[in-house]
Design a binder for this molecule. Structure first.
Ligand code: 6PG
Length: 247
């Protein structure tokens, strides 16, 4: 894979603006090529960081198809839901058609296996007929990174780190509550055309250093290595980047 591109900003507003421009550029390339834009979003602070897309005339919301990288197994309007966070911070403020947003099937919350299978089928509906490739190729996947180095719901030492087959899997023992989640697996993340991490704050500094300067240490976020021609980006603030020597 090509080396990650690290972009660091002195303040959050600069990061927000640059992230929005980056997303718009990815959207334009994708829509020019095939008339749609497939993007997967994460939770945490990411939904708030997407505010640069609000009132942005370059965003073609009707071309977006939005999925979730991972999701907590809770009702869609629960405070822990990533879908709820994205709706509050972004979708309720922009003209995106509701059928372009792909949340969990709320009727399956009691069965993790069925729930993750149904989300995998949702991806197959979007990608399988179009790509002969074995895995979906998202135009853009946006990730966060926890202070423990986790990304999506892929946690340090978890057996899902070596999943090579499934597109979507479930976790019922997340070390960070809530314990039940579904998550994209590495093969899906690593087949995207572009993957971008967004990480801010000094509590991320040691972890970011490990990931970029010592990737072989194998933290979950360091295992995000898009296959060629996919490209990995890190949008960070100076506080998170403080200890990094890379490149
Ligand atoms: C969870 C969190 C988590 C979060 C990261 C980064 O798994 O429960 O939502 O995945 O996205 O810890 O969080 P921040 O972006 O808020 O720092």
């Amino acid at each position: 894979p090509s080396a990650p591109i690290l972009i660091s900003f002195p303040d959050p507003d600069a990061l927000v603006d640059s992230l929005a421009s980056f997303i718009v550029k990815a959207q334009k390339d994708s829509v020019d090529k095939k008339g749609r834009f497939t993007i997967a979003l994460s939770g945490g602070s990411l939904p708030k960081m997407l505010r640069g897309l609000i009132n942005n005339p370059a965003v073609k919301w009707n071309k977006w198809q939005v999925y979730y990288v991972d999701e907590r197994v809770v009702p869609l309007d629960h405070p822990d839901s990533n879908h709820r966070a994205c709706t509050e911070h972004l979708f309720s403020k922009v003209p995106i058609p509701s059928e372009n947003i792909h949340p969990l099937d709320p009727s399956l919350l009691n069965d993790l296996e069925d729930l993750s299978d149904s989300y995998e089928k949702e991806l197959i509906r979007e990608f399988a007929q179009k790509d002969s490739a074995r895995f979906p190729v998202f135009d853009l996947i946006l990730l966060g990174m926890g202070p423990d180095g986790h990304t999506a719901s892929l946690f340090p030492g978890h057996e899902l780190l070596s999943e090579e087959d499934r597109w979507v899997a479930y976790v019922d023992d997340s070390p960070k509550p809530p314990p039940k989640r579904i998550t994209f697996t590495y093969p899906v993340i690593n087949h995207a055309a572009r993957v971008a991490f967004v990480a801010a704050g000094k509590e991320k500094a040691d972890t970011l250093k490990s990931i970029l300067d010592d990737p072989e240490a194998g933290l979950p976020s360091a295992r995000v290595r898009p296959v060629f021609p996919g490209q990995l980006y890190w949008f960070v603030d100076d506080a998170a980047a403080e200890k990094v020597v890379y490149p």
